[in-house]
Design a protein around this ligand. Structure first.
Ligand code: COA
Length: 158
C-alpha cells in the first residue's frame, strides 16, 4: 500500500474543513471516539473537538494519506519551555488498521521531537485501551501515573 505522510493544521481553514469531513465519518463508532478523546461525547461534535484541543498555536497534526484520502491522524503539541512534546488524537481508519500506520505516525512524531531537541514526550490513554497502551509501549513509552480523570499517563525520554 502506497501512503504519504503530511502535516496539516487545524488553524488553517482549508485543512480544518477536510479534517471535519474526515472525522465525522470516522467517529460513527462511539467507542472509537471515547478511546481517542474521553472528554468527547457521542454524537461527534467538531466544534467541541476543536475548542477542547486546538485553540493553541503550537500544534501540528500528522496525517497519513492514501490516494489523497486521510486514513490516519495524530496531533503533537510542543511545549518548548518544558522541552516537551505531547501526543494526542491518534486514530486510524477502521479499514486501514493492523498495517503499521499508527506506528508510522508515532515514529514520525518522535523524530520531530528529536529534531527539536526536546527531552521527553508525553501522552494519556484510556486504561481500557489495551491496544493503544501496547502500541505505545512498543514505541518506548512507559507508564507514568494517572491523570485526574483516571487515564494512564505515559512518557518517553528522548
Ligand atoms: C489504536 C489504533 C490507533 C492502532 O492503529 P493501527 O494502525 O492498527 O496500529 P498499527 O498497525 O501501527 O499496530 C497495531 C498492531 O498491528 C501490528 N502490525 C503492524 N504492521 C503490521 C502488518 N503489516 N501486518 C500485520 N500486523 C501489523 C503491530 O505490531 C501491532 O500489533 P499489536 O496488536 O500486537 O500491538 C487504532 O486501532 C485506532 O485508531 N483505534 C481507535 C482510536 C484509539 O484507540 N486511539 C488511540 C488513543 S491513545
Amino acid at each position: 500500500m502506497k501512503v504519504t505522510l503530511d502535516t496539516v493544521f487545524y488553524s488553517n481553514s482549508g485543512d480544518r474543513k477536510i479534517l471535519q469531513a474526515c472525522l465525522k465519518s470516522w467517529f460513527r463508532n462511539p467507542k472509537d471516539l471515547q478511546f481517542t478523546d474521553p472528554r468527547m461525547s457521542y454524537p461527534f461534535d467538531f466544534r467541541k473537538w476543536c475548542a477542547l484541543s486546538y485553540t493553541e498555536e503550537n500544534i501540528k497534526t500528522f496525517v497519513v494519506k492514501k490516494d489523497k484520502w486521510i486514513v490516519a491522524h495524530l496531533s503533537e503539541k510542543v511545549i518548548l519551555e518544558n522541552k516537551q512534546a505531547h501526543l494526542f488524537h491518534l486514530f486510524v481508519d477502521q479499514e486501514h488498521r493492523q498495517l503499521g500506520l499508527a506506528k508510522m505516525l508515532i515514529d514520525h512524531a518522535v523524530e520531530m521531537a528529536e529534531k527539536l531537541k526536546l527531552s521527553y514526550i508525553t501522552l494519556a490513554v484510556v486504561h481500557k485501551n489495551q491496544r493503544g497502551i501496547s502500541i505505545y509501549k512498543k514505541a518506548g513509552f512507559e507508564e507514568n501515573g494517572l491523570t485526574t480523570h483516571g487515564n494512564i499517563k505515559m512518557k518517553k525520554k528522548i
